[in-house]
Design a protein around this ligand. Structure first.
Ligand code: HAS
Length: 570
């Protein structure tokens, strides 16, 4: 027994932990969550096939002329890759996963399941609407769709519907939490449910920027109702949403790292209070940092860039808190399994479990992605790396590793759970996680180095005439990393498809949702870490201070004079 297992003599009396059997999801609920995952995984597999094409292009292997009837250019491939992987895979996975964490965390059905169903179908209609111009080369505007690049109206409408659908599902989550709280007065909300719902609330605040951009400018412009757009204002709106978007992706991985992975590793959550604190901090400071993506934009005064740079350092804090708490939880688990030594305990973690290994490898890569984020956030260092290959290097360690590899790890228990199946080829799944890890190290390291050497991002460098000798080795390493990642994607597809089409097993053979108990009873968590109001109020005030004056100024000085169509470069 470790010190942490001994009862705290100062602790107030708390209700004993419920011994009642856990309420797992019903068949119908599993099917509903499963539909989200089908769309998500299909988007990941298709989108990921586009990535290596760009990586190969870097070393001069240009496959686009061969696939011309389907994909017309490097830029169309890049747009499909970004939209499917960064927007569709993530959003559908996250909303599906939040359904699961809400239902399983609160141990009750959704209070208004029809609201969530309506939300899901709105998202699907939106996706199909956006897919038509995307595949038809009428929305080759990259995943950031900066004006004055102009897409078909259907692309903007489709994206709007996906966001609206996610809001509607969010409403379903709030109502369910509200119903649960009425039934459990004075009881702390279970962490995995609360975490998902904080993320949904942060997403709703964040996407106000996107809504303003599309509804007041991009959609009317693409429909010909207004003649032009204001590119600066549209970028400001975009990054109002764009930076918190990265935490919308990240927080479900954090739910798993805090609330599930410790259990999978054989231990407990080190601190329920710290886990909640980090989620509330994300709600507070995720949004008012968007100008760190606009350090070089001429229309934003320097003072505001400095303010957002400072706030960016505060959004660093909940992640360092996460590193501390999750590593402490893992150490606790490993020592229980006999681990010893300052870092020797790491060996005792269940590395042969593909779900655990994928998430650990994702978190290790995130340490490097996080350091890169710190570099990006420094106003002066950002001038060196902005718009270079460094930036995709950074986000392949974050969204494509910390997030995507974690989600992949989660699907290794979640898909069998939802479908009453056994995971096909656990060894193949384990190899898949390691192949991803190795491929990503090679790929992202080369991209970072290329960025420092001055290689621009979003450029078919294989075609460029100005490539200096010093870039060549790194361009080749990008292609090699891309090829290894392609193998990892194929292995993932194989495991998922074979699992989905494998035989059903008896319900008792299907592992339950892994939920980590916290070392201290959650009831000992301070009540202010369980309340939405103070944090929402704080977020609104901070947002008004950090964005209000600039938004008012940019709106009052708006110039709708960028015509758009003449800028189509494809
Ligand atoms: Fe970023 C650009 C700053 C995090 C994604 N970022 C991007 C873009 C994307 C992106 C997609 O300040 C490009 C957008 C575009 O297309 O233009 N980013 C940051 C900062 C952080 C950060 C300060 N980014 C993320 C995350 C992302 C993401 C997370 C996706 C999910 N980023 C920037 C800036 C730019 C930028 C500028 C603009 C660049 C430019 O000029 O264009 C921080 O939140 C990072 C904090 C992270 C840490 C790491 C903590 C480590 C943990 C792991 C613990 C390890 C464990 C494993 C548990 C402090 C939690 C233990 C293992 C055992 C075996 C024991």
């Amino acid at each position: 027994m470790t010190v942490l297992d001994q009862p705290d003599p100062q602790a107030p009396a708390v209700p004993t932990r419920q011994a009642a059997p856990a309420r797992e999801l019903t068949e119908q609920e599993r099917r509903f969550v499963g539909w989200h995952l089908i769309v998500a995984i299909a988007a990941l597999l298709v989108g990921s096939l586009m990535g290596p094409l760009q990586a190969f292009e870097y070393s001069g292997v240009n496959v686009y002329p061969w696939i011309e009837p389907i994909i017309h250019s490097y830029y169309q491939g890049l747009t499909i890759h970004g939209v499917l992987n960064a927007l569709v895979w993530t959003t559908f996975f996250i909303v599906g996963f939040t359904n699961l964490t809400t239902i399983r965390g609160l141990q009750r059905p959704l209070s208004h399941p029809w609201i969530n169903k309506a939300g899901f179908w709105i998202m699907v209609v939106g996706l199909l609407t956006a897919a038509v111009p995307l595949l038809g080369n009428q929305a080759t505007v990259l995943y950031t769709f900066y004006a004055p690049l102009k897409a078909s109206w259907a692309f903007y409408l489709g994206l709007t519907l996906v966001v609206v659908g996610s809001w509607v599902e969010g409403l379903g989550f709030y109502l369910t939490l509200w119903a649960w709280r009425k039934e459990h007065r004075g009881v702390r909300s279970p962490f995995i449910a609360l975490g998902g719902i904080i993320n949904a609330a942060m997403w709703q605040i964040a996407t106000l920027g996107l809504a303003a951009s599309i509804l007041t400018m991009l959609l009317p412009w693409s429909l010909g109702l207004i003649d032009g757009v204001d590119p600066e204002l549209s970028r400001t709106y975009f990054w109002f949403t764009g930076h918190p978007l990265v935490y919308f992706w990240l927080l479900p991985a954090y739910i798993s790292w805090y609330g599930m992975l410790p259990h999978q590793a054989g231990g407990k959550l080190f601190s329920d209070s710290l886990a909640r604190l980090s989620f509330w901090m994300f709600l507070l400071v995720s949004v008012p940092v968007g100008f760190h993506h606009q350090f070089v934009d001429p229309g934003v005064p320097q003072t505001w860039k400095w303010i957002h740079a400072g706030l960016t350092y505060s959004v660093f804090f909940p992640s360092t808190l996460t590193a501390f708490t999750v590593i402490a939880s893992l150490e606790y688990a490993a020592r229980k399994r006999g681990g010893t030594g300052l870092i020797g305990w790491v060996r005792q973690l269940p590395w042969t479990d593909p779900s655990v290994a994928a998430q650990l490898l994702a978190a290790i890569l995130f340490m490097f992605g996080g350091i890169g984020g710190l570099t990006n956030a420094s106003y002066n260092l950002n001038l060196v790396i902005h718009n270079t290959a460094w930036v995709p290097g950074h986000f392949h360690l974050t969204v494509a590793s910390a997030v995507t590899l974690s989600f992949i790890g989660i699907t290794y228990w979640m898909v069998p759970y939802l479908m009453n199946k056994k995971l096909w080829g656990p060894r193949v799944a384990l190899v898949q996680a390691w192949v991803w890890f190795v491929g990503m190290i090679i790929f992202s390291n080369a991209m970072h180095v290329l960025g420092l050497l001055g290689a621009p991002r979003r450029t078919p460098l294989g075609e460029a005439t100005y490539v200096p000798e010093a870039w060549n080795g790194n361009l080749l390493r990008v292609s090699i990393g891309g090829a290894i990642l392609l193998v990892a994607v194929i292995l993932y597809g194989l495991v998922m498809i074979r699992t989905a089409f494998g035989p059903k097993v008896a319900p008792e053979e299907v592992p339950a949702v892994p939920i980590a108990e916290s070392i201290r009873h959650p009831q000992l968590t301070p009540v202010w870490l369980d309340r939405f109001k103070p944090w929402l109020l704080g977020a609104a005030v901070l947002l008004l201070i950090a964005y209000g004056p600039q938004l008012v100024d940019q709106i009052l000085n708006m110039h709708l004079n960028a015509p758009g169509a003449s800028f189509r470069p494809w």
